[in-house]
Design a protein around this ligand. Structure first.
Ligand code: ADP
Length: 252
């Protein structure tokens, strides 16, 4: 069954049709890529899926549930997380604290109520610490745990941003260009880490990427968008074998 599905999603910006009947599916435990020239609508589609934009038509389904228009926190609680292209970290806080702050349910208890929930919070803190330790190990960031986030390299910051999404033990992670702005070797290393998370933790990835030479080595399934339409779908090999792929990218 498809973990995520968009059904004829449409979006206009001031009379300009940015998404046109976009229907696609992301299978459970897959590594699915979303590619296409600049301005083809990829980010807008992610924003619609993640509840940052309301579509003008169509619907989005996650595990069979219609999630159209649900706000990001509601999706995060359901196991759908989004990692931003430019990591949103707290520079002066440590790597570990950045992970703690990303965990769901960290905020939100009335101070008076918290006084009576000491044991609850102690258990919660232990759980959070155990999860953070696991995430740091998965991403091989353990030696950097106490470093302020601002002292990390570009690639390490990207991994930490991905680590923040992992704190909620998500089922599906949406990633906007995880290899942008890092050198090709590091870009591949980031993808190898993601692939490991797919294989070992069973996490599904849906990834926008411009660096096709990296993405195509890791993706199981790729969607190609052009001018707000999905124009091709298939394995990287099938997409590369289709003449339409070259026509679309010829103008880039
Ligand atoms: P991609 O991610 O594939 O580069 P986008 O989804 O960012 O494409 O953009 C698709 C089109 O929508 C572009 O023409 C862009 O200028 C336009 N667009 C994106 N966001 C907005 C917005 N908030 N207001 C108006 N136009 C927008």
């Amino acid at each position: 069954m498809a973990l995520l599905a968009t059904d004829r999603v449409g979006k206009n910006f001031g009379g300009f049709r940015v998404l046109n009947e976009v229907s696609l599916t992301v299978n459970e435990k897959s590594f699915t890529g979303l590619v296409g020239p600049n301005g083809s609508g990829k980010t807008t589609l992610f924003n619609v899926i993640y509840g940052l934009l309301r579509p003008d038509s169509g619907a989005v389904f996650f595990r069979g549930e219609n999630i159209t228009g649900l706000p990001p926190f509601a999706l995060y609680e359901r196991g759908l997380a989004l990692a931003f292209q430019i990591p949103r970290l707290f520079g002066s806080l440590s790597v570990l604290d950045n992970l703690f702050l990303a965990a769901p349910h960290v905020a939100g208890t009335h101070p008076a109520a918290a006084l009576f929930c000491r044991r609850y919070w102690q258990t919660k803190e232990r759980e959070l610490a155990a999860r953070a330790k696991e995430v740091l190990e998965l991403l091989e960031l353990t030696p950097l745990s106490l470093k302020p986030a601002r002292e990390l390299s570009g690639g390490q910051r990207k991994l930490l941003e991905i680590g923040r999404t992992l704190m909620a033990s998500p089922t599906l992670i949406l990633l906007d260009e995880p290899a942008a702005g890092v050198n090709p070797v590091l870009g591949r290393k980031i993808y190898e880490t993601l692939k490991r998370l797919q294989r070992e933790a069973g996490i599904t990835f849906f990834v926008i990427e411009h660096r096709l030479e990296i993405l195509f080595d890791f993706a199981d399934q790729v969607y190609l968008m052009d001018a707000g339409h999905v124009v091709l779908a298939g394995t990287p090999q099938a997409v590369l074998a289709d003449p339409a792929f070259y026509t679309i990218y010829a103008g880039e």
